[in-house]
Design a protein around this ligand. Structure first.
Ligand code: DAH
Length: 367
């Protein structure tokens, strides 16, 4: 019978002598490959007596396991060595300026989103969220818009069949308005509430100023002594900060929304010519957002006592804000994923929006 000790020492020596992956693989093949030394010995077992076979088989198995373990260990050592060598060569200087030809751009909607969050953030608002796929309770009913309410026709809703019910009232919707987050927030949080809810909304509509998916930001403030004066002051501060103007004429027109009473629309002063729209100057008005005092039925649906609390709410189209602020004429182009468009209208990624450092600071990428 062969003594495997010598073979073992020899193989272990070869393993630790292997200084790269190729050499290590050669050692493995020489020991365990088809014609390797251990493999050959295994094959020769058949010529031995039963007793010898048993003894030799056991020794060979132990040897095989030991060699495999040594190979694995050496492999790990070599891999680490290789990685360290690679890292030593691949030094990246993160302080170098970005090459302009490879620099990406921030989409105008993302930019506006950041700006709006920065403005309301400084006023002490939290950012709240809700799901894109909503039930009719949160999107309509709880917002004082029960089934068959005429206001449901104001929005071309995409319904989603509820697989568990044939009743149309149980179907889901892709939310038509971020107002649904008002209810979601009231369900989770007790007043005082001061949130904005930016996000995606959906309606079946398609032209230069409407796309089936668009963005809104909702605002909700609830406390014991909230009045229309708070609403006016808050939104006035918002539009001035947003358009980065010290003076901006505004007016509130009476309007109707089922979830607010009274309801209003806010207009900002502007100058409209055939070729230009100038915000803050001239004698024209531009509608910018919807708002109002939260309807008592909405507070009740959210589990809040309307005799104790009141509040105001507002809803703004984010894409529309982007179009106005950055002079983008067609909403559909926002979602065409054309890099040439993004290069033109997009923003430098490292310019952060803040109330202290500047909202749109350097303006668009090319501006
Ligand atoms: N949800 C309304 C819409 O999509 C916008 C809106 C108007 C939201 C008035 C409000 C509000 O919170 O008070 O047309």
């Amino acid at each position: 019978m062969v003594d495997t000790t010598q073979l073992k020492n020899e193989l272990l020596e070869n393993v630790s002598a292997a200084q790269d992956m190729k050499a290590l693989e050669d050692v493995r093949v020489a020991a365990l490959g088809k014609k390797g030394k251990i493999t050959e010995l295994m094959k020769s077992l058949s010529s031995l007596s039963v007793e010898e076979k048993k003894e030799m088989g056991k020794q060979l198995n132990i040897l095989k396991t030991e060699i495999e373990a040594a190979l694995d260990k050496q492999k790990a050592i070599l891999e680490e060595k290789e990685l360290n060598e690679k890292l030593a060569h691949e030094v990246i200087d993160v302080t170098l300026p970005i090459r302009p030809e490879v620099q990406g751009r921030i989409h105008p909607v993302s930019k506006i989103y950041e700006e709006v969050v920065a403005i309301f953030g400084q006023m002490g608002f939290d950012v709240a969220e809700g799901p894109d796929i909503e039930d009719q309770f949160h999107n309509f009913n709880a917002l004082n818009t029960p089934a068959n309410h005429p206001a449901r026709q104001m929005q071309d809703t995409f319904y989603i069949k509820n697989l568990e019910s044939d009743d149309f009232d149980d179907s889901y919707v892709v939310r038509t308005q971020t107002s649904s987050v008002q209810i979601r927030t009231m369900e989770k949080q007790r007043p005082p509430i001061r949130i904005i809810a930016p996000g995606r909304t959906y309606r079946s509509d398609y032209d230069a100023t409407h796309t089936p998916m668009f963005h809104q930001v909702e605002g909700l403030v609830i406390d014991k002594n909230i009045t229309m004066a708070h609403l006016k002051g808050c939104l006035y501060d918002f539009v001035k900060a947003f358009f980065e103007l010290d003076e901006l004429p505004v007016r509130y027109r009476p309007s109707y929304f089922p979830f607010t009473e009274p309801s209003a629309e806010m207009d900002i002063g502007c100058l409209k010519t055939k070729t230009e729209l100038k915000i803050g100057a001239g004698n024209d008005w531009l509608e910018i957002l919807g708002c109002g005092m939260v309807h008592p039925n909405v507070l009740k649906a959210g589990g809040i006592d309307p005799d104790e609390y009141q509040g105001f709410a507002f809803g703004v189209g984010l894409d529309r804000l982007a179009m106005l602020k950055y002079g983008i004429p067609d909403l559909r182009t926002f979602f065409e994923s054309d890099v040439r468009w993004l290069k033109h209208y997009g923003f430098v990624p490292l310019d952060e929006s803040s109330m202290t450092g500047g909202l749109s600071n350097n303006g668009g990428a090319q501006r």
